[in-house]
Design a protein around this ligand. Sequence first.
Ligand code: AMP
Length: 124
Amino acid sequence: MSTVFHKIVSGEIPCYKIYEDDDFLAFLDINPKCDGHTLLIPKTPAKWVWDVEKYTEYFEVARKIVRHYQKVTGNDLVVMKVVGVDVPYAHIHILPYDENYGRGRSTLTPEKAHQIMKKFSMIN
Ligand code: AMP
């Protein structure tokens, strides 16, 4: 089964990249719950987080992103969630807590995405 995240990994669908290495990719969620709402996925397809081959490395990368977000926001509360109801391709939600958290989702416009990327992206 091909999901939207398979297509993001293959480059068929664009995304706003936050972090990338040989094994993992992180990008902005298109319907964010807060500024910097990020999804971290493995490049090798896995259905659930628990199926990810390099599981330990996966969570090390999640921590690296969380540490970066703590630094750029000045807030050490960064929420991490695993849901998977909508997209059956392993992904970790990383949500830097802010005043919009819990107020529902917004739509990520290109302007807003570029503004957020300036603050949150780990790609130079
Ligand atoms: P869930 O599977 O319930 O953890 O949610 C899947 C998440 O993927 C939701 O927060 C969606 O907004 C997000 N999402 C779906 N399609 C895309 C996309 N093309 N780019 C970025 N995020 C997406």
